[in-house]
Design a binder for this molecule. Structure first.
Ligand code: NAD
Ligand code: UDP
Length: 339
């Protein structure tokens, strides 16, 4: 049995990945400090799987606790989802972001080295490409200095991982650059549950649909795109979870630094998303145009061919799957997880 420590495993992407890890025959252990997750998610995971997944409450910055976890469990690899992820918040509290994300990853990697665990998968982001010079983005597209502390923590951790791999070349280091994760598990039992008013488009759409918010403000309709709104590569969270399974299968105990874009390769505009979401709910979702949001990139979508060629992974879920599953989750849980 291959055991994988899933830090941040109670969060949005982590919880979906835990399900797919079990489905693929891996043994996940969730390690989460529940800063941005509710305990209810554990019950929901267990209901979906029909068995219990081990969970340890802890912080990735807690070296002593990690020491205990690695001593008491035979851990073959780590997937690190643990981190803070709100762009606007990161501008207001940069030190917390560097501490939690960069220092957290450093403490976690130190524990791995100490316990001779040499398989690491990191949740990176398309944000490392900044405002792209051209699209689609390949893994060779240049990294840019990020326009917010959150994005910069991703760039910094990527460099830290690569440098550690040079120093310890028996390490298998996997950097997965996610595009825009949306959607939810088919069961409607787990999904995205942001704190406060959502910053991201899809949870905003779902919360308007269930009446928690009045209408969507579309940030800018004068961009140089087909309809004036920004373009993103939205990817179903279950496809993303399966990308981690594919990366594990391919990269476990394979020394090197492995970098993959996880996206669909298709860019949709904000108006495309409103249209698709309106189809899922059966009426036009209330929306209005508003000024541009500071720091938004105009167009961002992946060339996912490296993951296809090397990992045999492709995102198969459609935009309709993404909107339907997101709505299904929110409809079943209008107030998210309630502890
Ligand atoms: P999330 O907030 O739902 O999940 C993160 C989890 O980590 C939460 O359960 C939180 O409680 C936990 N956590 C935070 N700090 C921790 C710490 N110090 N120790 C232990 N646990 C801690 O976020 P998500 O959307 O599932 O994202 C997971 C990862 O993927 C993050 O690193 C995020 O930056 C990255 N990512 C997310 C997106 C996105 O749009 N959701 C896009 C690209 C990259
Ligand atoms: N967006 C919007 N209204 C919102 C939230 C997002 O118009 O309430 C737009 C945003 O300007 C961007 C796209 O939707 O063009 C995706 O935004 P999100 O924050 O989900 O992803 P990111 O910009 O971080 O890739």
């Amino acid at each position: 049995m291959t055991t994988i420590l899933v830090t941040g495993g109670a969060g949005y992407i982590g919880s979906h990945t835990v399900i797919e890890l079990v489905n693929a025959g891996y043994e996940p252990i969730i390690y989460d400090n529940f800063y941005n997750a509710k305990k209810t998610v554990l019950k929901r995971i267990n209901t979906i799987l029909g068995r219990e997944v081990k969970c340890i409450e802890g912080d990735i910055r807690d070296a002593q606790k990690l020491d205990l976890v690695f001593s008491q469990n035979k851990i073959d690899g780590v997937i690190n989802f643990a981190g803070l992820k709100a762009v606007g918040e990161s501008v207001k509290m940069p030190l917390e972001y560097y501490d939690n994300n960069v220092n957290g990853a450093r403490v976690l990697l130190s524990a791995m080295l100490k316990h001779n665990c040499k398989n690491f998968i990191f949740s990176s982001s398309a944000t490392v490409y900044g405002e792209p010079d051209s699209v689609p983005l390949t893994e060779n597209s240049p990294l840019k200095r990020a326009n917010c502390p959150y994005g910069q923590t991703k760039v910094d951790i990527e460099y830290m991982c690569q440098e550690l791999q040079v120093a310890h070349n028996d390490f298998s280091m996997v950097l997965l650059r996610y595009f825009n994760p949306v959607g939810a598990h088919k069961s409607g039992l787990i999904g995205e549950d942001p704190k406060g008013v959502p910053n991201n488009l899809m949870p905003y759409l779902t919360q308007v649909a269930v009446g928690r918010l009045k209408e969507l403000s579309i940030f800018g309709n004068d961009y140089p795109t087909k309809d004036g709104t920004c373009i993103r590569d939205y990817i179903h969270v279950v496809d993303l979870a399966l990308g981690h399974v594919a990366a594990l299968k391919h990269c476990l105990n394979k020394p090197g630094c492995h970098i993959y874009n996880l996206g669909t390769g298709t860019g949709y505009s904000v108006l495309d998303m409103v249209k698709a979401f309106s189809k899922a709910i059966g009426y036009e979702l209330p929306h209005k145009f508003a000024p541009r949001r500071a720091g938004d990139v105009v167009e961002c979508y992946a060339d996912p061919s490296k993951a296809k060629n090397e990992l045999g992974w492709v995102a198969t879920r459609t935009l309709d799957d993404m909107t339907f599953d997101s709505y299904n989750w929110q409809k079943n849980n209008p107030n998210g997880y309630e502890d």
